[in-house]
Design a protein around this ligand. Structure first.
Ligand code: MLC
Ligand code: AMP
Length: 512
């Protein structure tokens, strides 16, 4: 790798690979202080996507620590949960977030340090900052914990080792033909794997250039695509929908310039949620690109992908990536018969190590090296098509995974709410909209605006319900259990169950 190549172009600067190497060494030296090795101590960090984010992430790794990225949009309650659950030794943040992060760190017994302080560390003092004094980081060490919502009430920390991350990235580099001449436009948050692994991690692994925008902004993305300089772009379906709306609203001259520039990219990808076929088709009309849709998950990185070269089938997520084993199993765990839908299981070197300090959940999710994804798929003419999920309580909104159980638990704290049920309801913008049906306490009232304002202090923005139904009684079965499909029907007059890429969900999905 040439140290003078441009690694990152971002709001906080333009850094070469040499700059990144030096900055991450400073971070490593400062975090280690007087110790030889952080020995897998957790370092939670809240740094906007950019050069400094990459320096902190790499610095944590070089010091022997475990990187725990925090969500920029998260309210203090969510940040505190992650800092405490991961038992972080350090919390790193920009000076501007000191007022929020320092008290969280103190309360959790962690030390707060600013990114500025880490980057100012003096490379000329102490033995700790010389390259040869940095600890040897073996591949089986824990590297990262990403928090993900699931079928437990609170998010779980997904622990990946250096070997896991290396394998996840190597598969993508090979399958998607990453080269040093690539220039990625990154607009995704960096507390989830789509941005961390498919975006930043892949670009840096091949010494390509990663160009980062401060946040998603359709006009700014089009400006960059129109330049013709971007070779790779990856996003979630909601983002493509917004880009299409922005293109549609532009003048004919601007449209032509945008389309011409975008055509010069070599690869545009979609994932994290089902890509509606109409979005794929419209994007192809506008840019000439058939979006490469792939399937992945925090616990495994990416597992299935349409091909780089060859036919990309709309509504399908392709075939296993290099080094990844995928199979479908029936409800008893036996391999599903040909052409029969089953739960997707994934095995390979990219599969995560464990849920952080949750041995029970880890055991339940992994058996004989196979990870149970909870997604239901079928193989048709040699490619996988996703049909839905085994749990009705997992919702995907704008590419973010959220747990109905977690939101219900939060909403039950609301003084006006006696009981509630949260469901995902099909939505053209978000894929699924987090929707809450509530029974109120006697004489209480509640509007959606009031509920959202209250919830915003407690939950990440994408977990805050976007729809509310106040009902005299939630639909329950004879056992008194809330019947989620009937709750969803309260919001969706057609009563249809959630479906992916237009397919009705099979019996495995939608259990209540
Ligand atoms: C923002 N809002 C959302 C939301 N994102 N509500 C529901 N779902 C979401 N995903 C809220 C905002 O807080 C705001 O609320 C209102 O919606 C409008 O906000 P906005 O400014 O228009 O939205 P924006 O901030 O631009 O975010 C939209 C987005 C973002 C699509 C850019 O959601 C996003 O970055 N999604 C990508 C998620 C991602 O990277 N997932 C990968 C997970 S890894 P209010 O009240 O203020 O109006 C994974 C594995 C894999 O899934 O396979 O990749
Ligand atoms: P997360 O747990 O946030 O990593 O999200 C992983 C989940 O996103 C998977 O279990 C799927 O349900 C969903 N997902 C990822 N890619 C796709 C895709 N291409 N189509 C449909 N769902 C997807």
């Amino acid at each position: 790798m040439s140290v003078s190549r441009i690694a990152i172009v971002a709001p906080d600067g333009t850094w070469t690979y040499g700059d990144l190497e030096e900055a991450s060494r400073r971070v490593a030296g400062a975090l280690r202080g007087e110790t030889d090795d952080l020995n897998q101590a957790r370092v939670a960090f809240l740094v906007p996507p950019g050069c400094r984010y990459a320096a902190v992430q790499r610095g944590i790794w070089r010091a022997g620590g475990v990187a725990v990225p925090l969500g920029l949009s998260h309210p203090p309650a969510e940040l505190e949960y992650v800092v405490r659950d991961s038992a972080a030794a350090w919390v790193v943040g920009e000076a501007a977030s000191r007022d929020v992060l320092a008290p969280i760190a103190t309360a959790a017994g962690a030390r707060f340090v600013t990114t500025d302080d880490l980057l100012r560390a003096d490379l000329t003092v102490g033995p700790y900052t010389r390259e040869r004094d940095l600890p040897h980081i073996g591949p089986t060490r824990r590297a990262m914990i990403v928090y993900t919502s699931g079928t437990t009430a609170r998010p779980k920390g997904v622990v990946t080792t250096h070997a896991n991350l290396g394998a996840q990235i190597a598969a993508l580099v090979e399958a998607w033909g990453w080269t040093p001449t690539d220039r990625l436009l990154l607009v995704l948050p960096l507390h989830h794997v789509h941005g961390i692994v498919n975006g930043l991690g892949s670009a840096l692994a091949v010494s390509a250039t990663c160009e980062i925008l401060p946040a998603f902004d359709a006009e700014r993305v089009w400006e960059r695509l129109a330049s013709g300089e971007i070779t790779v772009f990856t996003a979630v379906p909601t983002i493509y929908r917004r880009l299409i709306a922005s293109w549609d609203a532009a003048s004919p001259a601007l449209r032509a310039a945008r389309s011409a520039g975008a055509r010069r990219a070599r690869l545009m990808m979609s994932g994290s949620a089902a890509l509606p076929v109409q979005t794929l088709e419209r994007w192809r009309e506008i840019t000439g690109h058939t979006l490469l849709e792939r399937y992945g998950m925090t616990e495994i990185g990416m597992a299935l992908s349409n091909p780089l070269h060859g036919e990309r089938r709309p509504g399908f997520v392709g075939t296993p990536l290099p080094g990844v084993d995928v199979r479908l199993v029936d409800e008893s765990g036996a391999p599903a018969a040909d052409g029969v839908p089953g739960e997707l299981e994934v095995r390979g070197p990219g599969v995560f190590l464990e849920y952080w300090q949750r041995a029970e959940e880890t055991r339940a999710a992994l058996h004989d090296g196979w990870f149970r994804t909870g997604d239901v798929a079928v193989i048709e003419r040699g490619a996988y098509r996703l049909l839905g999920r085994t749990s009705v309580d997992i919702i995907k909104s704008g590419g973010f995974k959220v747990s109905a159980l977690e939101i219900e638990e939060a909403l039950r704290q609301h003084p006006a709410i006696a009981e509630c049920a949260v469901v995902g309801v099909g939505d053209p913008e978000w894929g699924e909209r987090v929707s809450a049906a509530v029974e109120l306490r006697p004489r209480a009232t509640l509007t959606l605006d009031e509920l959202r304002r209250w919830a915003q202090a407690r939950l990440a923005p994408y977990k805050v319900p976007g729809a509310l139904q106040v009902v005299p009684a939630l639909p329950r079965n004879a056992m008194g259990k809330v019947v989620k499909p009937e709750v969803a029907a309260l919001f969706d007059r057609s009563g249809s169950r959630r479906s992916i890429a237009g397919a009705e969900a099979p019996a495995l999905q939608g259990d209540s």
